[in-house]
Ligand binder design. Structure first.
Ligand SMILES: [Fe+2]
Ligand SMILES: [Fe+2]
Length: 146
């Protein structure tokens, strides 16, 4: 399987549940990439809707709940970032994938890869550092896949 995004040590937040959820998102983007390369556009589309859009929403909610529970100071800004992403995906990316060409699908996938990489490596990493410094251990289970 070819990888459009590779898991890296930089992505680790140190919180097991969130690392597992992030790994699942990374793996899904790679699966979509491979389906597209095989010309299986419909399957790629289904995977994107079911596993990226739905799962990301669950993952974001999970992060926000944990941040809220422990009074993470940057929660509101982080929440806003999640909201903008979901809105962009639903309003811009999905219609483009639905009606557009393979090229449009690929550019939507690049956007997802870029956003996820940046988000995990920056703001998600930041909460990882904060929880670590506070000595707070989160022993949640990763959110389930439908
Ligand atoms: Fe995250
Ligand atoms: Fe996040």
């Amino acid at each position: 399987m070819k990888e459009i995004i590779k898991w890296s040590k930089e992505f680790e937040t140190g919180i097991r549940a969130f690392d597992e959820e992030h790994k699942f998102l990374v793996k899904t983007l790679n699966e979509i990439y491979n389906l597209l390369n095989e010309g299986k556009r419909e399957e790629a589309k289904e995977l994107l809707k079911r596993r990226v859009v739905n799962y990301a929403a669950k993952h974001f909610k999970h992060e926000e709940e944990v941040m809220e529970k422990y009074g993470y100071p940057d929660l509101e800004r982080h929440r806003k970032t999640h909201e903008i992403f979901v809105k962009t995906v639903i309003e811009k990316l999905l219609p483009k994938i639905e009606e557009g060409s393979d090229e449009d699908f690929r550019s939507a996938l690049s956007f997802l890869v870029g956003w996820l990489t940046m988000h995990i490596a920056k703001p998600d990493n930041k909460y990882g550092v904060w929880f670590r410094e506070k000595g707070i251990v989160i022993d949640d289970e990763p959110v389930k896949i439908d």
